[in-house]
Design a binder for this molecule. Structure first.
Ligand SMILES: [Zn+2]
Ligand SMILES: [Zn+2]
Length: 342
C-alpha cells in the first residue's frame, strides 16, 4: 500500500514538474534578449504565451556590437520599452506595439531588405536606422523603483493583447513610421520624403491630442555667434562671410502642414532641406520660424521628430480621452486595417 502511494507521488511529481519543464525547455536556447532563467510574475506569463511563437528575428545590437536572435514578440516588447515612455496610457502602448510589429515585419527578411546599415540583420537597435530596442531588464532599471513592476506588466500586456496584429493597407503591410510629437498637424510623407509615390495613409492629420507633450511648442534661443558657427560648417558652399555678417536664412518652400521643406542660406545656390537645417541648428523639428532679437536669434518650434505617421504623445492624449488602440491607429493611418499574422 505504502509502495503504491510512493509510486503515485512520484508519478504526480514527474507529470507536474519534470515533464512541463522539459517541454518548455525549447525556448531557453536563445541566449540573448530577456534572461529567461529565474523569471517570475508577468514575464513568466508573457513567455509561456509565446511558447508556440516561431518567428525569430535577427537583430543587430549596435550598442553591444553583436547579433541577437529574438522571438518576434520578445523583440516588440523591447521596442515598446525603448520607443515610448512606459508611463503612457496602455492603449497608446498597444498602438505602439502594433506599429512596431508592422514596421519590423515590413523591413525584415529578403522582401523587406533588412537593415541597410548592418548586412545580415533583419533590423538593428539604432532608432534612426531601424527602431530603438532595449532589453526589458535594462529598461526596468531606468524606471522609478515603485513603478517598475507596474510598467513592466503594462508593456508586456500591451504586446500580448495585440499579439500578431499588424496594420495593413489594401492587404499590404504599411510603412508604419511614427514620431514623438506633431505639434498640431502631422506631415504628408510625399512632401518630406521626395521621390515617394503618394501614400494614402500618410497624410496631414490635425492633432491637438499631443498638447501635453513638452515639445508641443518650444523656443530655442541662440546667440548670433553660435548660430553663425553652426551654419558655417557649410562654409564651403557659402559665400565668404564677412566680419560680423550673419548668414541669412530664407524659406523657399513650405509643406502643406507648414513645415519648412527647402531653405536657402544667404545667396548660396544650394538648397537645403528642412531636415538638414534642423540638424545643423539642433532644432527638434522642421516646424520652425525665427526672429532676430538684439544679439540673439529666437526659434519658435512645434513638435519633435519628422511628423509623419503616428504622433506618440497624440496617441497617449487620445487614449486618456477614452479612445482605444484601434481608434488611435485609424486616426493617424487613415484607411488602414488591423490584420492578424497567420
Ligand atoms: Zn538598422
Ligand atoms: Zn500630435
Amino acid at each position: 500500500m505504502w509502495k503504491l502511494l510512493l509510486l503515485y507521488i512520484l508519478a504526480v511529481f514527474l507529470s507536474l514538474i519534470v515533464l512541463p519543464a522539459s517541454l518548455v525547455g525549447g525556448w531557453w536556447r536563445w541566449e540573448n534578449g530577456i534572461d529567461r532563467n529565474n523569471i517570475t510574475g508577468p514575464q513568466a506569463e508573457f513567455f509561456s504565451a509565446l511558447e508556440k511563437e516561431e518567428r525569430i528575428l535577427k537583430i543587430y545590437n549596435v550598442e553591444e556590437e553583436k547579433m541577437m536572435e529574438l522571438l518576434l514578440e520578445e523583440y516588440i516588447a523591447g521596442v515598446v520599452a525603448a520607443e515610448m515612455p512606459a508611463s503612457f496610457h496602455e492603449e497608446a502602448l498597444k498602438a505602439q506595439a502594433v506599429i512596431a510589429r508592422t514596421y519590423a515585419l515590413s523591413k525584415a527578411g529578403k522582401d523587406g531588405g533588412g537593415c541597410s546599415e548592418n548586412p545580415g540583420a533583419d533590423l538593428c537597435t539604432c532608432s534612426t536606422c531601424c527602431q530603438a530596442w532595449e532589453d526589458i531588464h535594462t529598461a526596468t532599471k531606468k524606471w522609478p523603483a515603485e513603478e517598475a513592476s507596474f510598467y513592466l506588466e503594462r508593456i508586456l500586456n500591451a504586446v500580448n493583447s495585440t499579439r500578431g496584429m499588424v496594420l495593413t493597407y489594401q492587404g499590404d503591410l504599411i510603412q508604419a513610421v511614427y514620431h514623438s510629437t506633431c505639434g498640431g498637424v502631422t506631415e504628408t510623407a510625399t512632401e518630406v520624403w521626395s521621390g515617394e509615390e503618394e501614400i494614402p495613409y500618410l497624410q496631414n492629420v490635425e492633432c491637438t491630442f499631443c498638447r501635453h507633450s513638452p515639445h508641443y511648442t518650444g523656443q530655442l534661443e541662440m546667440n548670433l555667434t553660435a548660430y553663425t558657427v553652426a551654419l558655417e560648417k557649410e562654409a564651403d558652399v557659402l559665400p565668404v562671410l564677412g566680419e560680423g555678417n550673419i548668414p541669412f536664412l530664407e524659406v523657399v518652400r513650405k509643406s502643406s502642414s507648414g513645415r519648412n521643406l527647402l531653405l536657402k542660406i544667404d545667396s548660396s545656390d544650394r538648397l537645403y532641406s528642412g531636415e538638414e537645417i534642423r540638424n545643423l541648428l539642433g532644432l527638434p523639428s522642421t516646424f520652425f520660424r525665427w526672429q532676430i532679437n538684439g544679439d540673439k536669434i529666437v526659434f519658435s518650434t512645434r513638435g519633435y521628430g519628422h511628423g509623419v505617421g503616428l504622433c506618440q504623445y497624440g496617441a497617449d492624449g487620445m487614449a486618456k480621452q477614452g479612445y482605444n488602440f484601434r481608434q488611435i491607429l485609424e486616426f493617424y493611418y487613415r484607411g488602414t486595417e488591423i490584420q492578424l499574422l497567420n
